[in-house]
Design a protein around this ligand. Structure first.
Ligand SMILES: [Zn+2]
Length: 273
């Protein structure tokens, strides 16, 4: 960056600072927004952020502000406390699975979050020292409705979907809207394996997202995407049709979006992990 550009950048940032509420001045000393912000300030800052994406402007409030307006943050960003307090100690959960098959998928999913959040949020536990246990499940009668499930501190992967020869093809067909047949050529088989791996990694990453307090979103490029959202949970709005986002489908790529990452950063501030 040349000096001229630097100056222009500085002027631009000064303009932004002047437009923000007076309390922003405290940002130059740590912590920002040391006092509890007013509800009006919280709401106006939330309104400036993209849909369901708590960008940095709403992540500089004081601890007391997050405590006081927890319900507002929950509703506007589809988050809520989903793990008992015992799951995260010093912002870290110990995750264990007895299944050698699931272990490699789980390792990728844990790394996905740890890398995105810049810290070891999920650490590998042992059979007698863990706070989240991962295993195969069937979920009873409605097992066909879910691929993964997180409840209390247990993470389940649907065994029948995982072991099915055709389930991933069904999902591919639903997402693409095109007819998908069984892979025959070597190239098709390699592509199928890639989709299969990506899908189950993404499923576990999604469930770990729940453990962090993230509820669903309608965006296809989010790991936390779900086909529908209903008013029974603490959500900003209900939906039955999905939103495209950046055009990718996180359910096959296991890639977190900025929305996923920013929401996880927010739930840390809210004390959910
Ligand atoms: Zn879910």
């Amino acid at each position: 960056m040349t000096k001229k550009h630097l100056l222009a950048g500085l002027l631009a940032s000064l303009t932004i600072a002047a437009a923000l509420p007076i309390t922003f001045g405290a940002a130059f000393q740590s912590p920002a927004y040391a006092k509890t912000a007013t509800k009006a300030t919280v709401i106006s800052q939330i309104k400036k952020t993209p849909d369901l994406n708590p960008t940095s402007s709403v992540r500089a409030f004081s601890k007391t502000t997050y405590q006081q307006y927890k319900a507002t943050f929950n509703k506007d960003y589809n988050v809520d406390k989903m793990s008992p307090s015992s799951v995260f100690n010093h912002h870290q959960a110990l995750v264990y699975t007895a299944s050698p098959t699931l272990r490699k998928y789980l390792a990728v999913s844990m790394k996905t979050w740890n890398h995105a959040l810049g810290r070891t949020v999920f650490k590998t536990g042992t059979s007698n020292n863990y706070t989240i246990r991962v295993g195969f499940g069937t979920g009873g009668k409605d097992h066909s409705l879910w691929d993964g499930l997180y409840k209390t501190n247990k993470l389940w992967v649907n065994k029948s979907h995982f072991n099915s020869d055709s389930y991933i093809l069904t999902v591919l067909q639903a997402v693409s809207g095109k007819k998908v047949t069984k892979p025959k050529t070597a190239a098709d088989k390699a592509a199928y394996v890639k989709y299969y791996r990506g899908f189950w990694e993404a499923t576990i990453t999604h469930e770990l997202g729940h453990s962090l307090g993230l509820d669903h979103t309608p965006y296809l490029d989010d790991i936390m995407y779900a086909q529908s959202g209903d008013s029974s949970s603490s959500i900003k709005y209900t939906w039955t049709t999905s939103k495209k986002g950046n055009g990718s489908f996180a359910g096959f790529t296991n890639k977190l979006s900025s929305r996923d990452i920013n929401r996880a950063k927010l739930t840390k501030l809210l004390g959910y992990w």
